[in-house]
Design a binder for this molecule. Sequence first.
Ligand SMILES: Cc1cc2nc3c(=O)[nH]c(=O)nc-3n(C[C@H](O)[C@H](O)[C@H](O)COP(=O)(O)OP(=O)(O)OC[C@H]3O[C@@H](n4cnc5c(N)ncnc54)[C@H](O)[C@@H]3O)c2cc1C
Length: 444
Amino acid sequence: MESASAWTTLSQRLKIAIVGAGWAGLAAAITATQKGHQVTLLEASRFWGGRARSIKPSFEDHPTLDNGQHILIGAYQQTLSLMQTVGVNLEKVFWRRPLDLRYADGSGLSLPNKSFPMNLLQGIALNPSWRFVDKWQLLKTAWKWQRMRFECEDHLTVADLCQNMTPTVWQDLMEPLCVSALNTPAHEASGSVFLRIMKDALFGPVGSSDLLLPRLDLGDLFPHAAIKWLEKNGVSCHTGQRIESIVDLSNNSNPSFRWQLGDDQFDHLIIATPAWEAAHLLEAFNSAWAATAHQLKHETIATVYVQGPLDFKLPQSMLALRTAQGSPAQFAFDRGQIYTEAHTPGLLAFVVSANKLSKEDVTQQVLGQLRALLIQLGQATLLIDAFNVIQTVVEKRATFACTPNLKRPSAKPCQGITVCGDYVEGPYPATLEGAVISGIQAVP
Ligand SMILES: Cc1cc2nc3c(=O)[nH]c(=O)nc-3n(C[C@H](O)[C@H](O)[C@H](O)COP(=O)(O)OP(=O)(O)OC[C@H]3O[C@@H](n4cnc5c(N)ncnc54)[C@H](O)[C@@H]3O)c2cc1C
């Protein structure tokens, strides 16, 4: 191993299996390798990256797509640092820009490229579409949150916290911010988790609220670089290895190892699967833990990929959309403008968060929303027939529903096994940063 002696901080080198290679499992594998353990990474599917992975398009001549459009923010410090560890050049792979949640008519919040609090004060004060009362109520509420140290009682929802804001700011800013950060409707979303995100993003160090839009598909953004780094450092990485059960060897006389997975034996296991799979694997060892994991409810995210004319461009690479009955998408991404790949001009991704529509309905409704958008952009002459849906990806259990008073499973269900994943107890909702933090912390 390249510099194992410099990394090793252990008196004992453990033989560790990591089950699941989403961003949490990859973070655990990198950290365990850095700590000098002997690591085996076992992934059930044929792809690395879990929910944040690339997918093969339905037709060969289409570019590679993602399982869902992902955005990172400047506050995702652990994720960004891990990406650098495996050699990812952040300048190259992200389109970084100050927070911009503007709609096609120019309304909405856009922050200038300044440090806090000037960026926030200026972004709010100079917003041309809000009245004085909108701005005043928003600033008053933000001050109140700061005085509360961004903490509140567990039973409060985001809607409770925003009671004093005007309907304009609520609809333009808070509702879309909440659904994009927590993937849970604002009337049902946890106020305390939302405040934590606000604190880290809007009130954190310079650049924390910046949007980082991936310029590569998700596989090339991190998972492929992570696997390359792991293999180079001696980690045994396997796809197509679904773990169905765990055998406890501690009752055998003089066992050399504590656990058996398939034909191999290990000192320690890190379970990095989604909650429901972890509950199934760990039921026999801690049924209360499994019950907590089972009770989590989930929210859907649908992504509708639409190919437009090659010279078509949205006014912004990421455009906020007004939602209403029949107009479900909250954001449209212009992959042609964002991505480095030469073959994506005119490719749009519409993101529909926390919505239970069927694949057919969501596709039809997004097309209707695009038709209305073209009229609003003064492009009514462009026929909707010039736009083709190339794929709709519906991830039914995209994230756990981040509701008030939610009990999340701990990272230590029993001796010799740790658990990681975006759903494990922690400060964040289901996000890449939450997954990565839990992966790092799961390593003994
Ligand atoms: C459409 C969509 C959009 C999103 N947008 C954003 C965003 O913009 N920003 C953001 O921060 N987050 C976003 N998220 C959330 C983010 O993708 C997740 O929080 C994160 O990927 C979870 O990572 P994980 O490693 O915890 O779990 P997963 O990615 O689910 O990884 C678990 C892995 O375990 C494997 N596995 C399961 N069972 C077994 C088994 N028995 N044996 C072996 N392997 C097994 C699975 O195949 C999978 O690879 C989005 C999610 C979706 C679905």
